[in-house]
Structure formats: C-alpha cells, structure tokens
Design a protein around this ligand. Structure first.
Ligand code: P1T
Length: 380
C-alpha cells in the first residue's frame, strides 16, 4: 500500500458489529467479563481501548513500523522512552530542540541520574565523539525546532548501530509524509501528534512507532504501568486527521515554499531558516532524506530587533499568535518568550534562538492572503 492509501486505510477495517467505516468512539473505561479473565481482548481502557488500538495501528502503518503506541501528549511519549533508561545512562541529544523536551530531560531525568550531552549534530562524526560505554540513547529532532537544522538520520543510525545504542527520532516537524526515520535506521520514531498528525489544533497527543517486538513490549509495559494514555475521543479525532495528512502536507509544503521565498527577498528580514533553500547548510541532507521541505519557517528581522519582531507577531491578522504548529490554520510564535522560554537564554542563543526570531507554521489558507498578512505586519 502506498502512503496516500495508508493514511486512509492503514491498519483499519470496518467495525465488526455494524460495518461502521470509521472506528466507533468506545467511550468506556472497562469491559464486561463472563468469568474472571473471560473477555474479548479488552479489560480496562488504560491498558487497551478499541478506538486507541485502531489509531495505534494507523500510526504503525504510516511510519512503516510494526507497533504503534498513543499517549496523552508528545512529552508523555518522550517520557515513556526515557523510562527505558537507568540511572548512570547517558543520552546524546540535538542541542536545538523543542523547549519542553529540553525541560523534561534537564529538570526531570537529570534528577534521576541520567546524563545528557546537548550537541550540534549536523556532522555525525560529532555524535561519535560523545559516545562512551554509558551511552544508551541518541535523541534526534529533525528538522529541529525552531532553527530548522537537518540531522542526517542514516549517518546517526550508523553511529548508533556501531556502538549498540538506541536511536530515537522526533519526526513531529516532517511527518511520515516527508520522512520515514524507521526506514533510515532509527529504532523509535516519536511524534507530537498534537501537530500535523492531528492537523486541526483540536487535540494534544503523542505517538511512538517501532519495528522491534522486544522494544515494543517494553514500551507497552511502560505505557500501561505509567498510564499516560490518550482517550477514545482524541483517538478518533487523530484518526480523522490522519486521513487527510497527505493532502494537507502537500499544501503546507507549497505554501511554506512561497512564504519562505517571500521573506527571503524582504528588505526588513535578515535570515530565513527553511531547509528548501539551496543555501541552507543542510540542504543536501534534507533533499536526501525528505520528500519535500515542509511548512515550518523561522526568520529574524534586520538588526536582531526584538521590539520589531514583537510588533510583527502582534500585527498579524490571518496568522494567529499562538504556541503549537501543524494545524490547518497559520500560526506565528516568538520562540524566545514562548515555546523555548524554558531553555536558559545563553544556551538558547548559542543555537540561534535570538530575541528577534519569529517562527511560522504555515497553514493551508490561500497563499495570497498569507503573503498579504505578512506584508502588512512587517510594514507596520
Ligand atoms: O506538546 P506535546 O504534544 O507534548 O509535544 C511536545 C513536542 C515534542 N516535540 C516537538 C518537536 C514539539 O514541537 C513539541 C511541542 N511543540 C510545541 C508546542 C511548539 O509550539 O513548538
């Protein structure tokens, strides 16, 4: 089955009771048993729920994996991965990453005795220089949030395999429409399904997909034991979102390209970060591992002018000033004071998250309206 069919049919079959084409919302916490242990595969909804099962099969299908797991948020999914580790273990992570992931790593898991190395990964050789006998996980976010750096997944996987280390890839920005990390050698692919997977800014959810049965069993155990699952209604909404992922992503990419090109020629704009530009330092890797370049763009204003950037995001009328990304509507954010405020200023600025940086999640509205909105906001 090809991707555009998998989004609609992957792992799905009509409901057995009445043939409903969409999986019903099994809004139940528990299931009747005929005798203790005598049930139809479902005992309690933290452990399993049929609507969530349908979604987990869909996740596995679109990411070319064998096992999918759905969680109550992207961070809950990352939390489950981290619970595979033990005190004394070490993690090598991209230095430019979502602020909440950084906060989870440094404020929660460092306290449990796990050591993190936040490094630039554009050169895979740099990853290897941090490997030692305690290294258990390489954490890759690509494209990175918000600087749009691209990390070579295949090259990272070669380092991971050589040293018998797990490789996890946060595929939130790219989605499996653009990039399939498991095919490139990753062990775990993770999503904030809150974003493009859901696609309509109406749910908060996380996803993991793996190929290996042993790893899947460990993660299912953690999912049930810790209990950070998503509910049946959200599972239904995510399933509905996935059915249009490919058509939405196609338009996000088209609009993203047009907005990136508009900003690049604007005299008030200093830098535009978008991997589709030939001048992007990792453009060749992006071309190799992604099918297109997506709808996420960051840019700075001339003179790194904080006040000017704040005025721009306040003046936007079609773009909504808000956290999050990946919905059908265009959003704008100011990472330094919003999504990445939990990263100390010095660490943040080292990766390029300066005070004038604006991040855009380009939606699927008419491109003329998006460009006109940016033009008027920058002009004022
Ligand atoms: O918000 P949540 O569903 O828990 O997902 C966390 C997360 C993980 N990974 C990446 C790359 C993310 O972008 C996020 C969430 N990001 C935002 C809310 C944001 O505006 O960047």
């Amino acid at each position: 089955m090809k991707f555009n069919t998998k989004t609609i049919h992957g792992g799905q079959e009509p409901d057995k009771a009445y043939g409903a084409v969409m999986p019903p919302i099994y809004q139940t916490s528990t299931y009747a048993q005929t005798t203790p242990g005598g049930h139809k595969g479902y005992e309690y909804s933290r452990t399993h729920n049929p609507t969530r099962t349908a979604l987990e099969k869909s996740f596995a299908s679109i990411e070319n994996g064998n096992y999918g797991l759905a969680f109550g948020s992207g961070l809950a999914a990352i939390d489950a991965i981290m619970k595979l580790l033990q005190p004394g273990d070490e993690v090598i992570s991209t230095s430019d990453l979502y602020g909440g992931t950084y906060r989870l790593f440094t404020k929660i898991f460092e306290g449990f005795g796990i050591k993190f190395h936040f490094i630039g990964m554009q050169n895979a050789a740099n990853i290897e220089s941090y490997v030692n006998e305690n290294t258990k996980l390489i954490w890759v976010e690509t494209p990175t949030n918000p600087m749009m750096n691209i990390i070579d997944i295949e090259a990272s996987s070669a380092v991971a395999k050589k040293h018998n280390i797990m490789l996890a890839v946060d595929n939130t920005f790219a989605t499996p429409y653009l990039q399939r990390p498991l095919d490139l050698g990753a062990d775990i692919v993770m999503h904030s399904a809150t974003k493009y997977i859901g696609g309509h800014s109406d749910l908060v959810m996380g996803a993991l997909v793996v190929k290996d049965k042993k790893l899947a069993d460990k993660l299912y155990f953690i999912q049930n034991a810790s209990g950070a699952i998503c509910g049946p209604m959200d599972s239904f909404l995510a399933l509905r979102g996935i059915k249009t992922l490919h058509v939405r992503m196609q338009r996000h990419c088209e609009n993203g390209k047009a907005v990136a090109e508009y900003l690049a020629q604007h005299p008030a704009v200093e830098n535009v970060y978008w991997p589709g530009f030939e001048s992007h330092p990792n453009h060749e890797i992006a071309k190799k591992q992604m099918d297109d370049f997506g709808g996420m763009i960051s840019f700075t204003t001339k003179g790194n002018d904080y006040e000017k950037s704040i005025k721009i995001v306040e003046n936007l009328k079609v773009f909504v000033l808000a956290e999050s990304l990946g919905g059908v509507e265009s959003l704008a954010g100011h990472p330094a004071s919003m999504t990445h405020a939990s990263i100390p200023k010095s660490a943040r600025e080292k990766t390029g998250v300066v005070d004038s940086l604006i991040r855009l999640s380009v939606g699927i509205e008419d491109i003329d309206d998006l460009i006109a909105d940016l033009a008027q906001a920058i002009a004022t």
